[in-house]
Design a protein around this ligand. Structure first.
Ligand code: FAD
Length: 417
């Protein structure tokens, strides 16, 4: 039980933090509730920042709640406030300017930040990273001018920026250390689908190379690759992954290993501290190991689970990882977590980019991705959850509904009525 005299503090006013604050109030927490973020904006969602918001097509900023929501629910929202450290022994946060704030329970939802390129010329003007609304507005202003740009990295952020920039008429060169876009997550079979998609839209794709240096006077003018290519450009966007934001916890005594290590209930190694969202490396009951998932869906659902557990529940976070991406006219959803697989089975028309791909390990579906096919992610997650061995032929057959594959099988020798 909590009391109205308690103070709960959430550090990180992103999606996970905002949804946790919402849940605490919905579940009846009556104490003091402080939500602290270092950005000037109230909490917002990031997926549009590389999609419609970047292209200037979104009707409004993608805020999580209306402006009045925080006052209406007695949530103290402290924007533009950076938490410098956590003194877990004294239950205190150290704020910039030598201020301190006490807490009874703390939720760390500080997200992640882009990894920076450390090459000669990296300090030149015109080299951008995309994480915040302000970044999206800055880059959006550049792509609106139909300029020439180099995108470094072809993961989700790089691929979506390339797509948005082509849609705005920019000339785009993508540089990728591996062989194919999105290969690290999707593997070669589906990575090829994305390579074909980007090439069909006029992106120049340079595989198996990296940036050796940037050149220019004051601002970037050329990207020199490891294999000696020189690419003229007006600006660069780098998307080479993110790192969990754990700097404030350096002396807190929490277990940090690829993010804040938490158990299934999102509790850290210190009982009064929880973590959720991109920063949390959470033990996942289905996979039997820790996973740090950098997806919107995890932030959306881990925040509330952490909040309920702060109120004394013992709820495990066990959702199968899920994310989505929109590039040009193709939308996709991916469910699961495939690190190794025996084969990828396609159902549908790959050339037309309208299909479901299933990643199979030991005949079991470990991940599924639907591209321009909708309302199937629930059955895909159920297939993953079931761990049932499935014939690849059935998975590939569009006449065999996914829901049928999930139905209990009749014991051998029995006949249907
Ligand atoms: C451009 C972009 C596009 C994306 N598109 C997709 C997509 O299509 N699909 C998908 O599934 N996912 C997508 N994601 C990922 C998704 O947005 C993230 O997984 C999600 O934002 C994580 O939420 P979070 O609340 O954990 O962290 P964040 O959203 O990073 O929020 C954390 C907040 O904490 C603040 N903070 C950090 N340290 C401190 C400190 N010391 N003091 C005070 N405040 C601090 C940060 O400034 C930030 O505001 C995208 C991300 C980006 C950047």
């Amino acid at each position: 039980m909590t009391s109205s005299h308690e103070t709960f503090v959430i550090v990180g006013a992103g999606l996970a933090g905002a949804k946790a604050a919402e849940t605490l109030r919905e579940q009846g927490f009556e104490g003091r509730l402080v939500l602290i973020g270092d950005e000037p904006e109230r909490p917002y969602e990031r997926p549009p920042l590389s999609k419609d918001y970047l292209r200037g097509e979104a009707p409004a900023k993608p805020y999580v709640h209306d402006r009045s929501y925080y006052d209406d629910n007695s949530i103290e929202l402290w924007c533009s406030t950076r938490v410098a450290g956590v003194d877990a022994g004294h239950h205190e946060l150290l704020l910039e300017g030598d201020r301190r704030l006490g807490y009874d329970l703390l939720l760390v939802a500080t997200g992640a930040e882009p990894r920076r390129l450390d090459v000669p010329g990296a300090e030149l003007e015109g080299i951008h990273y995309l994480r915040t609304l302000a970044d999206s507005e800055r880059i959006g202003g550049l792509i609106a001018g139909g300029q020439r740009l180099v995108v470094v990295g072809s993961g989700w952020i790089g691929a979506e920026i390339a797509a948005s920039a082509r849609q705005k008429g920019c000339e785009v060169t993508m540089i990728e250390r591996g062989s194919l876009p999105l290969e690290r997550v999707l593997g070669p079979e589906v990575g090829q689908v994305y390579l074909d998609l980007h090439r069909a839209h006029g992106v120049e794709f340079l595989p198996q190379t990296t940036v050796e240096r940037f050149e220019g006077e004051g601002s970037v003018k050329r990207v020199i690759t490891r294999d000696g290519a020189s690419i003229e450009t007006e600006f660069v966007v780098v998307g080479v992954g993110v790192a969990p934001r754990t700097g404030l916890l350096e002396r807190a005594g929490l277990r940090i290993d690829n993010g804040v290590v938490v158990d299934e209930q999102l509790k850290t190694s210190i009982p009064s501290v929880f973590a959720a969202g991109d920063v949390a490396n959470a033990r996942h009951p289905f996979y039997g190991r820790h996973l740090r998932v950098e997806h919107w869906d995890s932030a959306l659902h881990q925040g509330p689970v952490a909040a309920r557990n702060m109120l004394g529940r013992a709820e495990a976070y066990d959702r199968i990882p899920y994310f989505f991406s929109d590039q040009y006219e193709t939308g996709m959803e991916y469910s699961g977590h495939a690190t190794e697989w025996d084969e990828v089975v396609f159902r549908g028309d790959v050339a037309a980019r309208e299909f479901i791909a299933f990643w199979l390990k030991d005949e079991r579906v470990v991940a599924g991705m639907n591209m321009n096919v909708w309302d199937v992610s629930d059955p895909i997650r159920e297939l993953i959850h079931s761990r049932r061995p499935l014939a690849p032929g059935k998975l590939a057959d569009p006449q065999s509904p996914l829901s049928e594959l999930l139905k209990p099988r009749r014991p051998a020798g029995t006949r249907g009525s």
